[in-house]
Design a protein around this ligand. Structure first.
Ligand code: SF4
Ligand code: SF4
Length: 145
């Protein structure tokens, strides 16, 4: 098998623009580990947290728990220019942009720059680190309903 296009690493450094947390509806899926961290952070019990902060995303083949948006389409945890649960933010948020669909090939990676100004800037993330994010994501079990 040939080396992936990111075999020499990829540059990424978050520019804190908040774009990926705001303005558009989307899905932030939760695993049990994500949910435990968020319950600890917010001090809520499972049912109260899901009622207050989550929506059910019907993916056709399954229904998953995802974080809600505010009426203006910002993530419900976006507050005062930042993530109000930053230390406990879900894996999906922490692992961006090293998602399988974003590092699928160089063209997709380059196109993602239109959404994320941190791509192509700052620190080089090594191939091993990128593959570690990908592997962890694959091994996650997302909560379904
Ligand atoms: S879009 Fe990119 S640069 Fe902006 S907050 Fe998200 S990860 Fe950071
Ligand atoms: S949980 Fe935090 S990091 Fe994730 S989308 Fe919401 S505001 Fe952004």
């Amino acid at each position: 098998m040939s080396d992936p296009f990111y075999s020499k690493g990829l540059k990424f450094e978050c520019q804190q623009c908040g774009y990926c947390c705001r303005n558009e509806p989307g899905y932030v899926f939760l695993s049990e580990e994500d949910l435990s961290a968020l319950l600890k952070e917010t001090g809520l019990d499972r049912d109260a947290f899901i009622k207050e902060y989550c929506k059910v995303a019907d993916m056709g083949y399954e229904k998953r728990i995802s974080i809600k948006e505010k009426p203006n389409n910002d993530c419900i945890f976006w507050d005062n220019g930042g993530c109000s649960v930053y230390k406990a933010r879900p894996f999906q948020c922490r692992s961006y942009p090293f998602w399988a669909m974003v590092v699928e090939n160089e063209q997709v990676w380059e196109e993602e720059k239109a959404y994320c100004p941190g791509i192509g800037k700052g620190k080089v993330h090594r191939k091993e680190e990128i593959e570690d994010w990908l592997k962890k994501r694959l091994n996650q079990t997302l909560i379904s309903r």
